[in-house]
Design a protein around this ligand. Sequence first.
Ligand code: COA
Length: 159
Amino acid sequence: MEKNPDITPFSARPAGPSDVPALAELHAQSFAEGRWSSGQIAASLASPEAFAFLAQKEGAACGFILCRAAAGEAEILTFCVIPSVRRHGAGAALLSAAQKESQRRKASRLFLEVAADNAAAKALYEKAGFCVAGVRAKYYARQTGSVDALTMALEIPPA
Ligand SMILES: CC(C)(COP(=O)(O)OP(=O)(O)OC[C@H]1O[C@@H](n2cnc3c(N)ncnc32)[C@H](O)[C@@H]1OP(=O)(O)O)[C@@H](O)C(=O)NCCC(=O)NCCS
C-alpha cells in the first residue's frame, strides 16, 4: 500500500468501557470477516485481566488493541487499524503500548494468533520481534477454504 503523506500523527491512549461503541465501529471497518459486536468487546473488556489501547489522530479513533494478561502471560485478543490510515505506524504504536502494559502486569511473554495468509499482520509482528510458536492447521474458515492459524510469541523482559 502507498504511504499517504497527508496522514497526521496519532496517539495511543488506554481504552475503557465508554469506548466500546467506537471500538466496535473500528472493528467493523477493519475486518472483512469475523467482526466483533459491541457485546463481545464489552464482555472481553469487562474482565479485570483485560486492557486496551485506542489509537487516535486529530481526536478521531483509528484503531485499537485489546489484550489480557494473567498468570505471567499476556495475549492479544483482537487488534486493528482502519484501512485509510494503515502503514503510518498506528499498529506498531498500539503493539508497543500493549508490550509495555504486559510488562507492567508482569507477563513474561505476549502471545497472539494470526491467519497464515495475513501478510500485513505477520510482517508487523515479525518486525516487532515475535516468533512463530505453533500452527493450528485449517483453523480459520474462509469462503474459499480454510487457512492455518499461526501462534506467535514475544519474550518480554522484566521491567
Ligand atoms: C495489521 C494492522 C493492524 C497493521 O496496522 P498498521 O497501522 O498498518 O501498521 P504499521 O503502519 O504500524 O506497520 C508497521 C510495520 O508492519 C509491517 N507492515 C504493516 N502492514 C504491512 C503490509 N501491508 N505489507 C507489508 N508489511 C506491512 C511493516 O514492516 C511496517 O513498517 P513500515 O511501514 O515502516 O514498512 C492492519 O493492517 C490491520 O488492521 N489489518 C486488519 C486487521 C488485522 O489483520 N489485525 C490483526 C489480526 S492478527
